[in-house]
Design a protein around this ligand. Structure first.
Ligand code: ZN
Length: 245
């Protein structure tokens, strides 16, 4: 199932006693053939790598040993963890960012995530996108990534409120109490934003990151009614998951 024929030199040691808690999903984003993508991860000069790369046919390549710290997340933060590379497994999907993921690729991803979750005691709510942990800096795995299908496989949560018509009323946008509540909710899910109490650029980026994951049909950075409702739902579910654990 997993090919070990390629090895990336781009890794170092995980920080001492770090627990692998997260799986971070990426797209390669490079409009290149697979050979060029693999060469990029194998070249010392690129200084990037991942633990697994999945091609469009669904073949899985292990590029860095799981015990090592692969260089996939860069500057990132989730739930106050600022060394995501030490605490995660990085999975890259060969995808330009503007095309659909293939069904073979998705099936392999699901199998791989399930295996990694059981072997490393990783929880479903800790399966994240690069855009979740690198707000304002990264947008992968992008709005084409089927988070709702991962939820069907019980390896993610997707709000039922994310489907259907959106109520995009934004009349509440400038209410400071409401903005504070929104920031608290984003932070309690894990997003790295400050509790500024104002609708500032970092809040817009935080909302966009949230929408990429939970309302990919409309990533607008606005505090519309639909975003608020989905945010409340996801926040409540995450708190429930974590308290049960
Ligand atoms: Zn990425």
């Amino acid at each position: 199932m997993i090919s070990y024929k390629y090895k990336s030199p781009n890794y170092n040691e995980r920080v001492k006693d770090s627990k692998v808690e997260f799986i971070i999903i990426h797209y390669t984003g490079l409009d290149m053939e697979f050979d060029k993508v693999i060469n990029w991860f194998l070249s010392k000069g690129s200084e990037v790598s991942c633990h697994f790369l999945i091609d469009k046919s669904g073949e899985i390549y292990n590029l860095v040993d799981l015990s090592k710290r692969a260089w996939h997340a860069g500057k990132s933060c989730w739930s106050n963890c600022i060394d995501i590379n030490s605490h995660s497994i990085g999975i890259e999907l060969h995808n330009s960012g503007t095309e659909d993921f293939t069904s073979h690729q998705f099936e392999s991803l699901v199998k791989l995530i399930k295996k990694l979750m059981s072997e490393n005691a990783i929880q479903s709510w800790d399966i994240l996108g690069h855009s979740d942990v690198s707000i304002g800096r990264k947008i992968d795995p992008g709005i084409k990534f089927p988070w709702h299908q991962l939820a069907i496989e019980n390896i993610s949560y997707f709000s039922s409120l994310s489907q259907g018509n959106f109520d995009i009323d934004i009349s509440d946008n400038n209410n400071p109490q409401s903005i504070k509540e929104i920031q608290n909710k984003l932070i309690s899910i894990g997003y790295d934003i400050n509790k500024s109490g104002v609708f500032d650029p970092q809040t817009v980026e935080g909302l966009k990151a949230f929408q990429r994951h939970w309302r990919p049909a409309a990533v607008n950075g606005l505090l519309d009614r639909s975003t608020k409702n989905i945010l409340s739902d996801v926040c409540e579910k995450f708190n429930q998951f974590r308290s049960e654990f």
